[in-house]
Ligand binder design. Structure first.
Ligand code: ATP
Ligand code: MG
Length: 352
């Protein structure tokens, strides 16, 4: 029996509504396997927790979470209670940093039954591999000359180790898929970091001759995500470019409520974190209509992470069948509730 010991952090808003559903789905799919079991420990870390305790998590929160095989997280943020930067820097960022979750993976796929904002899109299914720890999101820089001559300087930090690490991961990922890799660059406008990024990318193409590669400037690439998303397989991107591309990816899918994501620790020392792309959706919280699919699909990525690829594929097939059969929440044009959608998924898992 394989036991996966999960830290479950529903967080805020719709995270609290969809997490119990996603956990029930995981339990059901593990039963199909027979030799797999999820064990859950629930953590209340959230903005409400902050209001009560003056901190987003316990002082030894990181130590506690470290003991788990993975972290399954809903959404964090309640700007009415706690400023966004406080909740982010109090929970999500420490987890990503302490647990060296240096890679962010975000797939995007045209799901039958979900209307994409693109007119007549061809089928697409791509994955953005985003550098999650350095790059443009750095604290290096500063401001000089107060007044009309003020200058803000922002340094982007691209280490050879960090760049090679994300490229290596992306090439490996492409090898397991359609062997097509696109690098998001901007070496015509960004003088130092992007030529370096390109250099590392090109040096690695020699090690992976089986992978068909291309390098596209981020502006054109963004346009291609809209005009021809079906031409992409794996895309490797820096922290900022990946952030922008993945929101665009979720948008072309038709709803942020269905987009999955994972924060991966590569060295195996610490847990990885599985967290959908969407946030706490305060505008729909409490109505029972949040789409549970982003969270459930994120659970599928967790199955993949633990090597349960076949089971992951079965779960994704069921998700897609359920949507195609019209079990949809309002964000994707249906009138079903969170619970009705997840119950249908569980029902079909039990029929496997
Ligand atoms: P946060 O500050 O937590 O990131 P946000 O409001 O900035 O929250 P989201 O929570 O992602 O961003 O919400 C963006 C939009 O997408 C909102 O209109 C929300 O209702 C919708 N949305 C997000 N998640 C879901 C979901 N699971 N199901 C349906 N709609 C969703
Ligand atoms: Mg937000």
């Amino acid at each position: 029996m394989i036991t996966i010991n999960l830290a479950v952090v529903p967080g805020d808003g719709v995270g609290k509504e969809i997490m119990p559903e996603a956990v029930d789905v995981l339990t059901a799919i593990a039963e199909v396997h027979g030799g797999l079991k999820f064990q859950y420990e629930w953590y209340p870390y959230s903005c409400e927790y902050y209001i009560e305790h003056g901190k987003m998590m316990d002082d030894d929160g990181i130590e506690k979470l470290k003991n788990h095989d993975a972290i399954f997280l809903g959404a964090v943020g309640n700007p009415k209670l706690v400023a966004d930067h406080v909740s982010l820097w109090g929970l999500l960022l420490p987890i990503r940093r302490e647990f060296e979750q240096v890679i962010n993976i975000r797939p995007a796929k045209l799901v039958k039954g979900v209307s994409s904002p693109l007119a007549n899109p061809s089928e697409f299914e791509f994955v953005v591999v985003r550098e999650n720890s350095e790059g443009e999101y750095s604290e290096v820089g500063g401001r000089i000359h107060k007044g009309p001559d003020e200058i803000a300087i922002q340094n982007a930090i691209f280490t050879r180790k960090g760049t090679e690490r994300v490229m290596e991961y992306a090439f490996q990922y492409a090898m397991q898929r359609r062997r097509h890799l696109t690098s998001a660059t901007k070496s015509n406008g960004i003088f130092h970091s992007m030529p370096f990024w390109d250099e590392v990318f090109h040096s690695m193409t020699e090690r992976y001759p089986e992978v068909d590669t291309q390098s596209i400037h981020i502006d054109a690439l963004s346009a291609f995500f809209v005009s021809k998303p079906h031409t992409f397989d794996v895309i490797v991107a820096s922290n900022l470019f990946g952030d922008i591309l993945t929101d665009l990816g979720a948008a072309v899918m038709g709803s942020i409520g269905i987009a999955p994501a994972a924060n991966i620790n590569l060295n195996g020392k610490y847990p990885s974190m599985f967290e959908p792309v969407h946030g706490s959706a305060p505008d729909i919280f409490g109505k029972g209509i949040a789409n549970p699919i982003g969270q459930i699909w994120t659970g599928k990525m967790m199955l993949d992470h633990f090597g349960e690829l076949e089971l992951g594929t079965k779960l994704l097939n069921i998700i897609e069948e359920v949507v195609a059969d019209g079990f949809k929440t309002p964000d994707i044009g249906g009138s079903f509730t969170t619970k009705e959608v997840s119950s249908e998924i569980i029902k079909r898992i039990k029929m496997l």
